[in-house]
Design a protein around this ligand. Structure first.
Ligand code: F3S
Length: 428
């Protein structure tokens, strides 16, 4: 790996042992992936590690060392959502006790993050790029992000450049202001290995389409055709929401860090099918293929026929537009089922800044809360990491949450029927 004189000097300890170790780690990480050198980061970071899990002691010791050396990121960074919200997410006393134990370092860790550059106490969300939050890179920016759903959005929808870095390395890169040059930071790494032809009879469910693509292409780059006939050209707000959810599913059901959508995403608009590698493969997605994929999801509940006890919507966190859409859908569903309130405790997850904007936008919050639904900024996956919560029959419309937990996936319409009636639809 080719280093500049300045980088070489840092590696030799010219700026102290903490920065030397940071450089050593970043260089080793880059060399593992065949990086040719380091490039300057041009925008704020977004870190995956937001939770004070008691078991990651070495990470906290590293943080102390970085703080002790006075290191700070050039721009304030954002981080993934917090792991707990006892006020808004229904939890039993034993669940609360276990959560407190598992995430016992939350407060001190947040204090550590603040000292190395955390933006503020509201910087906890995976949708940092939403306008209300404001950590939105520009086209062509070089970044060192790590949260998979944010990485795939930044790369694909915005056209920024970041690899899917590991937790810890993301912070070290941002402290150094440098990222190893390989993979999705290079023109070659951004070329498409797959042509994905969407040939469904209507706009596919974003979460199932993302899942199908992720499972097929794994960490490769897909070039997707056929979506612009329903979503229009370019990326408006509705298309951005769709691509956010599709991308998160592709990044979790597979390991997609970048996709191109013909006629929509910036590099596809600019370069078109010239992005395809000469030896690309083709994957056709039709209605039957999506049905096959959705039917393949295993049921991990202890009692498959149990009545759902909790529902999460918003993984990744909801946009302001999605919060309003869900409010209308829930209010209407409750009315349709002739109930005063939802039958299943339902939690909608969004960034603190998005929730603030939602609360400020008229009567929507009051109408939503009147149905019994709750609002939170927590990460539902962190909630489900509690072994007691993992035993609960939880339903969701998130394919990422389904993949990493025992929660059961349902498309939006079906989920609305479940949370309104209290029954799984297969029960009738
Ligand atoms: Fe975001 Fe947590 Fe889901 S980080 S994408 S809410 S797993």
């Amino acid at each position: 790996m080719q280093l500049t004189t300045e980088e070489q000097a840092i590696l030799s300890g010219s700026k102290g042992p903490a920065l030397q170790k940071a450089m050593r780690s970043v260089v080793a990480f880059g060399e593992t992936f065949g990086a040719t050198g380091l490039v300057r980061i041009t925008g704020p970071g977004h870190l995956v590690t937001s939770f004070g899990a008691s078991m990651i002691g070495p990470h906290y010791r590293m943080m102390e060392e970085l703080i002790g050396a006075g290191l700070h990121t050039p721009w304030p960074f954002t981080v993934d959502p917090r792991p707990a919200d006892f006020k808004n997410v229904p939890s039993s006393l034993p669940e609360k006790l276990v959560t407190r134990l598992v995430y016992s370092r939350q407060r001190p860790y947040e204090a550590q993050l603040a000292r190395v550059g955390l933006r503020n106490a509201d910087a906890f969300t995976c949708t940092c790029y939403l306008p209300e939050v404001g950590n939105r890179p520009k086209f062509g920016d070089v970044l060192a992000w790590s949260e998979s759903s944010a990485v795939v959005f930044a790369n694909s929808v915005i056209g920024a450049r970041t690899n899917r870095n590991s937790g810890g390395i993301d912070l070290l890169c941002n402290l150094l202001g440098k990222a190893p040059l390989f993979g999705l930071l290079t023109d070659e790494g951004r070329r498409a290995d797959w042509l994905v032809e969407v040939r469904t009879t209507s706009l596919p469910n974003a979460q199932v389409l993302g899942s199908a693509i992720g499972m097929r292409v794994m960490e490769d780059v897909p070039y997707i055709v056929g979506l612009d006939q329903w979503l229009g050209s370019g990326v408006n707000d509705a298309a951005a929401d769709y691509l956010k959810d599709m991308g998160a599913a592709s990044a979790s059901n597979g390991a997609v860090g970048l996709y191109h959508v013909e006629g929509m995403t910036p590099e596809a608009v600019k370069i078109g099918r010239g992005l395809l590698r000469r030896e690309y493969r083709t994957y056709v997605v039709d209605d039957a293929e999506l049905e096959r994929v959705a039917a393949s999801y295993p049921v991990l509940w202890r009692e498959p026929g149990a009545r759902p006890s909790l529902c999460f919507v918003g993984c990744p966190h909801l946009s302001l537009g999605q919060l309003h859409q869900w409010t209308e859908a829930i209010v209407q569903a409750v009315r349709q089922y002739g109930r005063p309130r939802l039958a299943v405790p339902t939690v909608l997850c969004a960034a603190p800044d998005v929730l603030r904007a939602f609360r400020a936008s008229g009567s929507a919050e009051a109408r939503l809360l009147a149905t019994g639904a709750r609002l939170t900024s927590l990460c539902p996956l962190m909630f489900m990491n509690n072994p007691l919560s993992a035993r609960r029959p939880v339903v969701t419309n998130s394919n990422k949450l389904r993949t990493y937990s025992t929660a059961r996936f349902y498309p939006d319409e079906e989920l609305l029927a479940i949370i309104s009636s209290g029954r799984l639809q297969e029960e009738g």
